[in-house]
Design a protein around this ligand. Structure first.
Ligand code: S3P
Length: 191
């Protein structure tokens, strides 16, 4: 399993701790990671505890289309969903303060990673594969897992994406054995 050294979250521009930028309203924290990593739950808790606004790309795209994500995939195709992700990131401009929660495939486009980086720091939630699978397969709402062998597809997607998360991230948190509150504490301690 790939592991990154944990780093202090500092603004690349002013070299101050991230909280300086977030509080000034000119920077954001983006949460990336595979299905089941805990991005949405921690994003909600982090927003509740910090008072920062939360921008969940899956939620926003669902609202935009007015249907569920599996229905977007089924009726409009994956490409339409991926285009909606990129368009949405473009509307979340530099200068945005808050927490950007992303879908697991956001790293598939280098452009998306560039857009996230312009908004602020990127935190990757990693976890052991079996734990990710247990969490992700609890709800059968993930369109990419609607295949004859979802477990094999899951492993394949994870293998393809790990290097993308690793390249994109500023900081990695392993959520395998941590609660939502503990992961939130870890992020808050960095600020
Ligand atoms: C996807 C993950 C989902 C959602 C969509 C595609 C992916 O989000 O964006 O089903 O490509 O891994 P979660 O990571 O919140 O499950």
């Amino acid at each position: 399993m790939l592991r990154l050294p944990q780093r202090d979250l500092r603004c690349h521009e002013c070299a101050l701790r991230l909280s300086c930028c977030v509080n000034a309203g000119d920077n954001a924290i983006a949460l990336i990671g595979f299905m089941g990593a805990g991005k949405s739950a921690v994003g909600r808790e982090l927003s509740r505890r910090t008072g920062w606004p939360r921008y969940d790309t899956d939620e926003m795209i669902r609202e935009q289309f007015g249907i569920s994500i599996p229905d977007i995939f089924a009726r409009h195709g994956e490409l339409a969903f991926r285009d909606a992700e990129t368009t949405l990131l473009k509307t979340l401009q530099r200068g945005l303060g808050g927490i950007v929660v992303t879908g697991g495939g956001i790293v598939l486009r280098e452009e998306n990673v560039r857009l996230l980086r312009r908004m602020g720091r990127i935190i990757w939630f990693d976890a052991d594969e079996e734990i990710l699978w247990q969490r992700a397969s609890r709800h059968s709402t993930r369109p990419l897992l609607q295949t004859p062998d979802p477990r094999a597809r899951f492993a394949e997607l994870l293998r393809e994406r790990l290097p993308l998360y690793q390249t994109a991230t500023d900081y990695c948190i392993n959520t395998s054995s941590s609660s939502i509150a503990e992961v939130t504490d870890e992020i808050i301690a960095l600020l």
